[in-house]
Design a protein around this ligand. Structure first.
Ligand code: FES
Length: 103
């Protein structure tokens, strides 16, 4: 069964940017876009770059290492339909950000 885990307070996130968190032994990148939060694998699928520290524009994050770009809402690579990163269900409840991790 999937487990819902608190990651941080929404106030710790900057609107229009991402941040890295260690959650249950994984690196998770959380992005805030207005009232929305989105969570993806914090390790870029190309070579493990810190994608949570990348630049976010119009819902697309650019990995700081080699420039791969992903839609943080879907995990889809912007140029190749065959490349996708893991997306986690994310929500804000009472000012706290939660993600749902698979077992
Ligand atoms: S590690 Fe992210 S683009 Fe290479």
């Amino acid at each position: 069964m999937a487990e819902k885990t608190r990651v941080c307070s929404v106030d710790e996130l900057t609107d229009g940017a991402g941040k890295e968190f260690a959650v249950a032994g994984r690196v998770i990148a959380i992005f805030r876009i207005g009232d929305e939060v989105h969570a993806i694998d914090g390790l870029c699928p190309h070579a493990g770059g810190p994608i949570g520290t990348g630049t976010l524009r119009r819902g697309v994050v650019t990995c700081p290492w080699h420039g791969w770009q992903f839609d943080v809402r879907t995990g889809q690579h912007c140029l190749s339909s065959s490349i996708q990163t893991t997306v986690y269900d994310a929500s804000v409840e009472n000012g706290d950000v939660y993600i749902t991790l698979p077992e």
